[in-house]
Design a protein around this ligand. Structure first.
Ligand code: ATP
Ligand code: MN
Ligand code: MN
Length: 301
């Protein structure tokens, strides 16, 4: 007998233990994606999404009536998510203790969708060790009027500057307008040191090319420039997780790409919920082998 092997095939999605109500409710009116389809997307994408999102405090963009209606950003566990969504107590700056949400399996993702979630945003650290980030993110936000080419060039510039410091980085299409440059870290340095590094790095780039980059929040100073949002790197801040859907027109998703692939991509919303099969197939591709993985520490700046 011939044994047919299917190398690198994504594991078949397990059956969900979560009952999704109102499966036919249209969540993305512009592209007719329903709540049931979104739940199925997360169930199927879970094997390649969970390595990034599991056991990490998450904030959710919930739009119970669909993305065209009211959405809200939920950071804390209100106790209504059921047995598959967990909480971790986090002591805030002011000393108060707040329950943050985390998931550790596909049921957790789907349980969030059942509660109206579209987007999953995550901390830069896992719940353990919570105080030691395992990634840095530079969120590149182009001013209106700049095109995606400018954003791509900026991302490449960050990649090269990081490489000069000995740091490997990877591009993530946000699914919206920009690109996130992701720097995996071995969790060793604590939040203040990581934030300080991100802050200095972003300021150095904008000081070197003030016409191109800006590292301060002020909208007025961003005209025609790319804002390097380094503030994703402070304790409690979040960024969109790989493979999360976005509550934007067309049901786009945040998608990892390689630096080589990025050259041929012309929008940050290149893939959508409906591209599930392609996303799963890409995950096993040579281009994405090792994406987001590196054993590295912050250099001294
Ligand atoms: P784009 O590429 O279009 O900029 P993005 O995900 O980078 O997409 P931003 O607005 O630049 O969007 O990112 C803001 C980040 O701040 C989000 O990734 C999210 O994690 C976080 N965020 C979003 N909404 C809130 C909110 N209401 N409160 C706190 N943090 C938020
Ligand atoms: Mn952004
Ligand atoms: Mn931003």
């Amino acid at each position: 007998d011939v044994v047919v092997e299917t190398p690198e095939a994504a594991p078949a999605p397990a059956v969900s233990h979560v009952t999704v109500s109102s499966r036919d409710r249209v969540i993305f009116p512009d592209s007719n994606v329903t709540k049931g389809q979104l739940a199925d997307y997360y169930q199927a994408i879970a094997p390649i999404m969970l390595p990034w999102v599991a056991r990490r405090p998450v904030s959710l963009v919930r739009c119970p009536q669909g993305r065209a209606k009211q959405c809200f950003f939920q950071k804390h566990d209100a106790g209504s998510f059921g047995e598959f969504v967990h909480h971790v107590d986090v002591t805030e700056k002011d000393g108060s203790v707040e329950p943050y949400l985390y998931v550790d399996d596909a049921d957790g993702l789907v349980a969030c969708v059942q509660m109206g979630t579209i987007e999953f945003h995550g901390w830069g650290s896992q719940i353990d060790p919570l105080e030691k980030p395992d990634r840095l993110i530079f969120d590149l936000d182009p001013d209106e009027g700049l095109d995606f080419e400018d954003t791509k060039k900026a991302a490449e510039h960050l990649k090269n500057q990081l490489a000069e410091l000995g740091l490997v980085s990877f591009p993530l299409l946000s699914g919206g307008k920009g690109v996130h440059v992701v720097v995996p870290l071995t969790p060793e340095a604590e939040w203040p040191a990581v934030k300080d590094f991100a802050d200095r790095f972003a300021r150095a780039l904008s000081a070197a090319e003030p016409d191109r980059f800006v590292a301060v929040m002020s909208k007025a100073k961003r005209k025609g420039k790319i804002f390097i949002d380094y503030l994703r790197n402070q304790r409690g801040a979040t960024a969109i997780m790989p493979f999360s859907a976005r509550a934007r027109s067309g049901a786009p998703v945040a998608a990892p790409v390689s630096w080589t692939e990025l050259r041929d991509v012309n929008t940050a919303a290149r893939w959508h919920v409906g591209d599930l099969d392609e996303l799963l197939a890409r995950a096993g591709s040579r281009a994405l082998a090792g994406w987001g993985v590196a054993d590295q520490l912050l250099p001294d700046l």
